[in-house]
Design a protein around this ligand. Structure first.
Ligand SMILES: NC(=O)c1ccc[n+]([C@@H]2O[C@H](COP(=O)([O-])OP(=O)(O)OC[C@H]3O[C@@H](n4cnc5c(N)ncnc54)[C@H](OP(=O)(O)O)[C@@H]3O)[C@@H](O)[C@H]2O)c1
Length: 251
């Protein structure tokens, strides 16, 4: 039987590449984001892709959208929640309204979609929810307070959920990428080590989700393992090394 997946944050970047990757592999794909015209364009790429526009900040819309997808698809095997925003300028200037928006979108936005599928999978006693956080969520980074904190919160939430949902045979995956060449980073003025295309990132995520061996999917390993190592250091040493690294990438 044809497998079915719901992907949010799918109007561009990693979510879009994932939608195409799953569709090319025969999956029926429901895609969501706010920009309706972008979603429509992606549907034209592959007939397995179907558009379900959504603002994840609206919990009623999340519930309604998931019900609409279920009506059309009958069943959803997996979900990948990819929504995220970032804004370096507002982080630099501590613009509270923008910081609040980053946190609301990256944390509560994804919790809203998780909540919309929660009872469905719990009752079904099977299913697979994946959430994209970031290696920037491992620990505080320069000019990234709201983004890193929102991703840290998301990582902790997904880890907790893993324990709660594994009792019901529901799988959880936490995806922590390094730099990916998407709209989100196109205005970054610093060097982005080991940056990769969203199509390449989608290939890595796809193969890991299909195998479903590890809870955390992190890449590129050279950067994600370095960040993991840095994150366990005492703050004094961590801060020195991060300052050296920031000077190198800002040159
Ligand atoms: N690029 C990187 O270097 C990088 C690294 C690590 C992690 N990530 C994470 O990967 C995920 C995907 O990011 P990306 O790099 O692919 O950036 P992107 O191209 O900007 O994608 C972000 C997606 O989120 C959607 N979105 C934003 N706010 C939304 C809302 N309120 N409701 C519904 N959809 C919303 C956007 O669609 P609409 O604007 O159409 O709503 C878009 O589809 C994010 O969680 C990001 O934090 C990215």
């Amino acid at each position: 039987m044809q497998k079915k997946i719901w992907i949010t944050g799918a109007s561009s970047g990693i979510g879009k590449s994932l939608a195409i990757k799953f569709a090319e592999n025969g999956w029926k794909v429901a895609i969501s984001a706010r920009r309706v015209e972008k979603l429509e364009e992606i549907c034209k790429i592959n007939k397995n892709i179907h558009s379900f526009p959504l603002d994840v900040l609206n919990i009623d819309q999340c519930n309604h959208t998931f019900n609409k997808i279920l009506e059309k698809f009958d069943n959803i095997d997996k979900c990948i929640f990819c929504v995220g925003i970032r804004d370096h300028e507002s982080e630099k200037n501590l613009e509270l309204n923008k910081i609040e928006k980053i946190f609301k979108t990256n944390f509560f936005g994804n919790i809203n979609t998780i909540s919309s599928v929660y009872s469905y999978y719990k009752n079904k006693k099977e299913g697979h929810i994946s959430v994209i956080a970031s290696i920037a969520g491992y620990r505080g980074l320069p000019e990234s307070g709201a983004y890193s904190a929102s991703k840290s919160a998301l990582i902790t939430f997904v880890e907790s959920l893993y324990f709660d949902l594994s009792k019901y045979n529901v799988q959880l995956s936490l995806i922590n990428p390094g730099f990916i060449n998407t709209d989100m980073v196109k205005n970054n003025k610093y060097k982005m080590p080991l940056i990769m295309s969203s199509d390449y990132a989608a290939r890595i995520i796809y193969s890991n989700i299909i195998k479903n061996k590890n809870f955390e999917i992190h890449f590129p390993k050279r950067l994600s393992l370095l960040m993991k190592f840095l994150s366990i250091l005492p703050f004094k040493l961590y801060s020195k090394l991060i300052k050296i690294g920031s000077n190198l990438i800002n040159r």
